[in-house]
Design a binder for this molecule. Sequence first.
Ligand code: ADP
Ligand code: MG
Length: 266
Amino acid sequence: MSAAVSYERVRDQLATLGLDAALTSLDPVLARGQQDAKVAVEVLDELLGLELAARFERRIATNRKLAGLPTLKTLESFDFAAQPEIPKPTVDELATLRFLHQGENVLLLGPCGVGKTHLATGLALTALARGHRIYFLTLHDLVTKSRAARDRNRLGLFMQTLLRPALLILDEIGYQPLERADATCLFELVNKRYQMQKSIILTSNKSFGQWDEIFPDTALATALLDRLLHRATTITIRGESYRLRHRRQAGLAGPPLNAGGTHPAA
Ligand code: ADP
Ligand code: MG
């Protein structure tokens, strides 16, 4: 068979197999192969490599769309100097994603504005960039969506979407107390992911000791914490709100709030 016929057939076969990136790159790859006197296997290697790279990019783009991230804050844009309570080596270690491969959890605790969601999002983006599926939702989302799913008899299906991703981010636990059905749903989610050895990143403005206030009974709070903390990295941030501090440094806000959340008496 002549080379011209083979060329046509290769194009058709790539198209039939849906290897679109390889098809697009065929001409330049063949030209480079000829120019650099590459052997056939090198040319094939480059062509297939380009197809796989393009597929990986597509997968990342799809995963990003499905992730439900509220912002795209990265770990690189996190100012560790501004938040000395957060140990950078610990975050660097988390960024290796070993925790994800080992099914460990990450718990980020601290008051409003100290960077919990930023860190969670940064880790999520790191995981996405390496091809993992993630899903982000606030506890409020979880409550609303699981109630809606229950009403439509589709709770099982909704739970599946929360069990499938390699990483689940549950943001803002503790801002509202949970009714029993919602607390049970949260427990089942955490328990199932624990059994599947799949990671959760959880953020809360409440210390573990205060979790009793969120749950309808202590036994449920204890059982949940037991699963969450069994294999987990906890980062507790006690600092001041990042934005507030910047505003104060710019002379736009008063002194820092005291522990009770009020301004100290002048
Ligand atoms: P939290 O979730 O703890 O309430 P956020 O992560 O939403 O706080 O942070 C509030 C805002 O301040 C966000 O815009 C975030 O990007 C920014 N921020 C907080 N801490 C830092 C930091 N150390 N470096 C850079 N930006 C920060
Ligand atoms: Mg937050």
